[in-house]
Design a protein. Sequence first.
Length: 444
Amino acid sequence: MTPKHSAEPRRVAVLSVHTSPLAQPGTGDAGGMNVYVLQTAIQLARRNVEVDIFTRATSSDDPVVQEAAPGVRVRNVAAGPYEGLDKHALPTQLCAFAAGVLREEVRHEPGYYDLVHSHYWLSGQVGWLARDRWGVPLVHTAHTLAAVKNASLADGDTPEPAARRIGEQQVVAEADRLTANTAEEAAQLTSIYGACADNVDVVAPGADLECYRPGDRCAARVALGLDPSETIVTFVGRIQPLKAPDVLLRAAAEVMAREADLPLRVLVVGGPSGTGLERPDSLIELAAALGITARVTFLPPQPPEKLATVYCASDLVAVPSYSESFGLVAIEAQACGTPVVAADVGGLGTAVQDGRTGLLVQGHRIDDWASALQSLLTTPDRLDELSARAPRHAENFSWQHTADGLLDSYRAASAKYLRMSEAGEFSPRSRGLWRLRRKNIQQG
Ligand code: UDP
């Protein structure tokens, strides 16, 4: 197919194979990436870019197509069994998924999509094929990288398989442009995965700043049935070893032991995900073993409006993750005026201003975490200072800003693609062959 002669994308195929942007985040495989895909699609549509998001159907009740917002359609592709497909088996369904994506395009006039944007490596594999088939550029966002994740696993956590690392490497090599959440991730893409630095754009994720806003703490607590006189530290997210909710529970127990008069409560919001701590039950058991059951409250995953109430009700939000490509929860909490104590890993170093809107803690020693929590929770004036600065910092991270960054990246990918094809460097469909030939020439 001949590439279109425009660098301004008007219709984009967004690929999110392994999880739907319409799934409730905070449990299973649904988290920040789902929020990212949906929110950026909404913002792109407001900039007159139509977005079709392709995801794998996980229920026979999923309609073939759903309008998620004006200009944003979610296409549920039948690929494998609806329910019960283990996430490790997802690579076996990529062919079926790719067929569903390619068939959708065939239903329209040639050149229906101007660009493919894939999220996570599984989608990147499908995007690679769609790109070559349609003759349009591929922009890829990894969200997490196996090599980075494996370098900082929680105790007992299962490493990501070598196959994922290989798959990621292929997508990095094939994508016309990559977007990274932070400069650190961009550096990892170049130094570990061999990406060309000129092809990587740093596009920070955001938060829905209309939903996440400072609110009355007492009213928020009453709405949630929490005691307005207690001191509350909160964990929000998928309950899995990587997120380290256990570190928060242990550190909070230590603070309770050090500060007998502090009416401390731990609020844990989220559902099971991944391996190890997959059952919230294991956290309930840990609370019991630590003797703090009566001072821990568990809430199931909450929709955004309710989550805003949770952040407003909290004195502090803790993000003790072992690895975090960005950490949307940290931005959302700060947007609500709640300071954050976070592990100094990945994007959290960008999301939290150490000493100004929260604290960054090195490592996961319980003593260190207890001291960080204690130092803020026992000095309300300091907490108030951090709290006053937090929303201003969060304003730097809006989905509008993210969509602007993505559009710039789309334009750069399209312009490069156009230049290459006009220069006759390859015909998109034979691009793979072209590469192979060049390799043979170099080897010969
Ligand atoms: N989230 C939610 N309800 C919950 C818990 C989490 O909507 O009960 C959302 C939260 O608002 C955030 C996302 O899930 O946008 C988690 O993103 P983050 O980057 O913090 O972690 P990830 O899941 O990507 O590892």
